[in-house]
Design a protein around this ligand. Sequence first.
Ligand SMILES: Cc1cc2nc3c(=O)[nH]c(=O)nc-3n(C[C@H](O)[C@H](O)[C@H](O)COP(=O)(O)OP(=O)(O)OC[C@H]3O[C@@H](n4cnc5c(N)ncnc54)[C@H](O)[C@@H]3O)c2cc1C
Length: 266
Amino acid sequence: MVVEAVHVPDSLAEATAQAARGGHVMAGGTAVMPLVNYGIVPGPELVSLRRTGLAGIEVGDGTARIGATTTFSEVADSPGLSVFRPAVATIASPVIRNMATVGGNLLTDPPGDFATCLLALDATCEVAGAGGSRDVPVAEVIDSGLRPGELLTAVVVRLPAGANWFYRKVTRRRMNSGAIMTIAATVETAGGLVTTARIALGGLAPRPVRAASAERALAGRPLVPDVVMEAGEAARADVTPADDPFASAWYRNRVLPVHLRRALLG
Ligand SMILES: Cc1cc2nc3c(=O)[nH]c(=O)nc-3n(C[C@H](O)[C@H](O)[C@H](O)COP(=O)(O)OP(=O)(O)OC[C@H]3O[C@@H](n4cnc5c(N)ncnc54)[C@H](O)[C@@H]3O)c2cc1C
């Protein structure tokens, strides 16, 4: 498909109207432009979100609201979002991070590394469409996408305490690499025992998934190597890895417990 028109609306209302008419939304364009170049963009019209005013970060009360078109460079530069810096540093390269957006990371296929973080944090997505706006759990957006013509406007997330937040991306090379696996987790303990564990895995299924079996295996137990390895073995029930140029499905399954242990215990 050849692109015949690129709309750059000045407002969200105009952008949702153009998306509802079938325009393909583009934020940073780092995923969309390769499709345009290969002639496989899904429609002849693009709707750029560049001027819709959806970028911005508000932090307060332990919560962050990140506008959909906020770039990863802006996330990395935000003092209030410093807990995400190590994760953001694993996404693509500085050049791509200047363009790639939080919304695009969630709605590209497959959803990316920051989407895995948002899943571990049970983020809420603010979505706008011709019929109004609604809040949607991030897991639903990752599993089902948005309704036709809808736009993501922001994500709202409860910020984890640094000591309870864990992130690890396993790659073949340092920059611009797809994940062998990405692990994002919040784990809280009291009296040496795990009270809450939310673990999200990327690169191990068609989309990021919650490792519910691993979360159950950790509950009420000490966060020590044997227990975490057992949780990693349990997590194999939650994933459906595939072979790709970065690693085989067999390898991903095999090393999952080791990387979960390294993610949670260093
Ligand atoms: C060289 C290279 C390296 C990369 N490395 C990584 C990596 O390490 N980790 C990683 O996670 N990703 C990586 N990516 C993938 C991609 O760049 C990122 O996921 C990026 O965050 C996508 O954001 P974007 O704003 O560029 O999305 P776009 O390309 O603009 O859009 C992506 C998709 O999301 C939709 N979309 C975007 N914004 C909205 C919105 N607000 N509402 C509704 N739909 C929307 C678009 O319609 C499109 O389908 C890489 C890409 C490249 C080219």
